[in-house]
Design a protein around this ligand. Sequence first.
Ligand SMILES: C[S@@+](CC[C@H](N)C(=O)[O-])C[C@H]1O[C@@H](n2cnc3c(N)ncnc32)[C@H](O)[C@@H]1O
Length: 347
Amino acid sequence: MSQIHEDVQEYYGETLKTNEDLLTSACCPTDAMPAYLRPLVANVHEEVVSKFYGCGSPIPPKLDGMTVLDLGSGSGQDCYVLSQLVGENGKVIGVDMTDQQLDVARKYIDYHTEKFGFSKPNISFVKHFIEDLSSIEDASVDLVVSNCVINLAPEKDKVFAEIYRILKPGGELYFADVFADRRLSAELKADPVIVGECLGGALYTEDYRRQMAALGFNMSYTVSNSVLTVEDEALKPKLEHINFTSQTVRAFKIEAEDREEDYGHKARYDGSIAEFADGFTLDQNNIFAAGEWVKVSGNVANILSQSRYKAAFTVEGSFEAHHGGFEAAASEAACCAPAPKATTGCC
Ligand SMILES: C[S@@+](CC[C@H](N)C(=O)[O-])C[C@H]1O[C@@H](n2cnc3c(N)ncnc32)[C@H](O)[C@@H]1O
């Protein structure tokens, strides 16, 4: 276990008692999450909710019957929301390294099983470093989610390699985390409070892109992106030269080119995902109004015809003729669009 692991365990196991103890706006309030998820959070036990330290709502749709793994599940809020969405025949696995967080999460398994009307639990919490998920089989998970955790891992390349290993072909990684527009100094990266607040280990967007590409995750798509402000007077002077963003991004275990290329594909969303009857947003550049044809890159055509979203899409086109690069805006979004100018609170 590294010094960073020890510091982070201390921060989430001892220093923070509830999310009100956080010093920055990294943590995302419930009212910032999609409206359809809020009643599901309202079903979660208040002690679990009080220890929610996420920076987004990395919970995509179409989860019925899926196996989902939450990296750094903490007290379990997202897992208990996912438990409702995958249903009794699905499975949710929460992974965390901090005993105090796991204790809170495990304490309420029976409470939620009964509350959701399930005959048996569909959820488990496992103690693991997210850099080593050795008890999870290869290609066994449909969706990996994570909420404000990967920044805390000192060896992010190992985390992404484990995600790639455990995902089924066509599976999805969907996570919210803190990104930075530069590599941070060694001093900031070792500061236990700055690290604990999810800033010291923020993912530098280009290194993230490189680490993902080295594994075969050639494309990452930015779903949402907001400026993260540091209000704390003691931390501000140390961090004000860095632009932090809170981003929700997704990637698929599907063969992809490292740029968006145009082969003349188009796709139409049928409106069948209940919570998104009017339209579906894959990312900031691929937005589908129900029933309308939209031009898509070859990579996106593959996602919409090979992932679990395929039942909701009709995709037309082939890879026989190449028409050049797909629109500049789409290529720019290949990994983590630049920070928006407007200052928003969170997620
Ligand atoms: C910011 S909290 C987020 C918790 C949870 N995702 C949520 O949204 O409430 C970070 C959590 O990740 C866990 N964590 C951090 N680094 C980890 C690592 N390398 N391996 C396993 N868990 C880790 C911590 O123990 C803590 O519970």
